[in-house]
Design a protein around this ligand. Structure first.
Ligand SMILES: [Mn+2]
Length: 347
């Protein structure tokens, strides 16, 4: 049997949390470390809904967002967030609310605040997330580990508060949903996800679905070079009938291609694109902030839980997408994981 992490239910009050975010006088919206499409989209949903009410907000990202996330923001004519390579902005000293966007845990909030490195205070934290590791911190919170994306939680909240969906908010919800389902190819895709997608797609007028998909799929040329390397280095191992594909990126590889961590963010999913289709993919990549390794795990089957495996290494995530950090080298930790899977994937 494959181990399963006990699935925690929803916690917190979504209406109250969203109402507070939208009605507070001054708000800073903070994405999680190494923000992905869903984190950026969620942050901009709050930003956009507040701007429609005439309220300003500040969107902060602790690390550079993926290139395609920035391209989508430009396409939607939204201002770019404040992030390490784009810090030349005024930021107020005090905020009423700090919104923690799919932060995972309070520890990750502290990490995000230390890497954004701006001196500001806040009266309260409002926390909206779909990571099972999130225990529900802050004065108001809502955690739904079953939600396919953080933006789909906001979509539910908008329905509860009777906020109408316009074209831009629909596109932002789709951006997160398409990002976290890896363009509707992950096991978290349900009929409900597709119904939501259809509902949101029907709100598109000026913006074309096919253009959104092109932007979501696009990577930088540097990212493409890293993708080739990751595929070239891939090792397939059949463990108790389960096909595991692992690969790694070293410090030297990032330097050689002059690539950013964000260029490698989606490459664990790239490993599913080649036959025979694996059940589990692992990507171990060097991390300059850690001077160690970031490990990402993906499960292509709902019954295989990589979340509880990541938890053993001090990480976390979801059943089908999880990760952790290690002081070891990428190659070393990948070999260690292959060995650990021999025991983990016992019949
Ligand atoms: Mn997410």
């Amino acid at each position: 049997m494959i181990e399963t992490s006990s699935s925690k239910g929803k916690v917190g009050d979504l209406s109250k949390a969203l109402y507070k975010i939208l009605n507070a006088d001054s708000v800073a919206i903070l994405g999680h470390p190494h923000p992905d499409l869903d984190a950026v989209a969620s942050a901009y949903l709050f930003y956009y809904l507040r701007s429609k009410m005439g309220k300003a907000s500040y969107v902060l990202m602790p690390h550079d967002p993926p290139d395609n996330a920035l391209e989508i923001l430009k396409w939607l004519k939204l201002p770019l967030p404040i992030y390490p390579n784009n810090r030349n902005h005024f930021v107020p000293e005090n905020f009423e609310v700090l919104v923690a966007v799919e932060m995972g845990s309070e520890k990750r909030l502290k990490m995000a605040l230390s890497s954004i490195d701006l001196a500001f205070s806040y009266s309260e934290v409002v926390n909206i997330d779909h990571h099972a590791s999130n225990e529900g911190f802050g004065s108001l919170y809502y955690i739904d580990p079953e939600a396919p994306s953080n933006t789909s939680i906001i979509y539910q909240g908008m329905k509860l508060l009777n906020i109408s969906l316009d074209e831009i908010s629909s596109l932002l919800i789709l951006m997160g949903l398409m990002g976290d389902t890896n363009l509707m190819t992950n096991p978290n895709v349900t009929p409900e996800v597709l119904r939501t997608t259809a509902d949101l797609m029907s709100n598109l007028k000026k913006y074309k679905w096919s253009d959104l998909v092109k932007l979501l799929k696009a990577k930088s040329v540097k990212g493409g070079k890293l993708a080739c390397l990751v595929v070239e280095r891939a090792t397939d191992r059949k463990i108790n009938g389960i096909l595991v594909r692992g690969s790694f990126i070293t410090r030297q590889d990032f330097i050689r291609f002059n690539a950013k961590p964000a260029d490698a963010e989606k490459l664990v999913e790239e490993l599913f694109n080649y036959l025979p289709i694996p059940d589990i993919t692992i990507l171990a990549r060097y991390d300059f902030n850690l001077s160690g390794t970031k490990v990402s795990l993906r499960s292509g089957k709902t019954e295989i839980d990589v979340g509880s495996l990541a938890l053993r290494y001090g990480g976390g995530g979801h059943r089908n997408a999880a990760g952790f950090s290690s002081p070891k080298s990428p190659e070393e930790i990948l070999n260690e994981l292959f060995k650990a899977l021999d025991e983990y994937l016992v019949k």
